[in-house]
Design a protein around this ligand. Structure first.
Ligand code: 13P
Length: 254
């Protein structure tokens, strides 16, 4: 099995307007070109996809979206389909980000979105993660197992090459409280075990990204943890220099 390179992904969330997005996307493209052994992706908001796509022309940076609806089209006011995302130049989509789950998207609905995205030819980053109260109640593994099982319920072994996972403990998102490398490793090793249980050796293929207060100063130690093969970055992806610092850390510090 060929080993995928480390993936550094920037989730811009509901931030930036077009002029800022253009500038930042160009900075990301340059950083990715300077570290071509590392995979880089950005996830701008829907209204910025066109701007980012234009700014990324000729770059290896993958353009992604933060969410999608499972239906191909129809009467779903305010939603966006995988067909539309493909048309807008997206190659990948986040499914099950905790901020979408908190807004009411259920585990089963996340699974439907994963299925729709793969069917449309998009890559998927399936996000899972426990809240602080779930961690304190020692439910971390059962939450991760449930979110993963429902998220990949309809995924065939042949589709694994189009999937990555992201472990994003909710208590570490936007809080400055990064998981220690040991905490990240324990969750990642558990998720890998679940994947191998379901898919056998093929379950080793998908990268598992860590997300939650990743910064240039902590990226290297997180990426050195067991089974951490990428990072999903929120706040620090909005600043060109700090996102470059994370890409640099992923590339081994050059
Ligand atoms: P922060 O890096 O701002 O904690 O956000 C993490 C995240 O939610 C990425 O999807």
């Amino acid at each position: 099995m060929s080993h995928r390179p480390i993936l550094v992904a920037g989730n811009w969330k509901m931030q930036l307007v077009a002029a800022e997005a253009r500038h930042l996307a160009k900075e990301v493209a340059q950083a990715a070109a300077d570290h071509s052994g590392t995979d880089v992706a950005i996830f701008p908001s829907f209204t910025l996809l066109h701007t980012a796509r234009t700014a990324l022309e000729g770059s290896s940076v993958a353009l992604g979206a933060q969410a999608c609806h499972p239906a191909e089209n129809g009467a779903h006011t305010g939603e966006i389909s995988t067909t539309m995302l493909r048309d807008a130049g997206c190659r990948v989509v986040l499914c099950g980000h905790s901020e979408r789950r908190a807004a009411g998207v259920s585990d089963a609905e996340v699974g439907a979105r994963v299925h729709a995205a793969l069917h449309a030819g998009l890559r998927v980053i399936l996000c899972v993660g426990e809240t602080l109260s779930e961690r304190e109640a020692e439910e971390t593994e059962s939450v991760l197992a449930r979110q993963l099982a429902e998220g990949i319920a309809a995924v065939a072994e042949s589709e694994l090459e189009s999937i990555e996972l992201a472990y994003e403990p909710v208590w570490a998102i936007g809080t400055g409280k990064t998981a220690t490398p040991d905490i990240a490793a324990a969750a990642h090793v558990f998720l890998r075990g679940q994947m191998v249980e379901k898919f056998g050796d093929a379950g080793r293929g998908p990268r598992i990204l860590y997300g939650g207060s990743v910064k240039p100063g902590n990226a290297a130690e997180l990426l050195a943890a067991d089974e951490v093969r990428g990072v999903l970055v929120g706040g620090a992806s909005l600043d060109g220099a700090s996102f470059r610092g994370i890409i640099q850390a992923a590339a081994g510090g050059n």
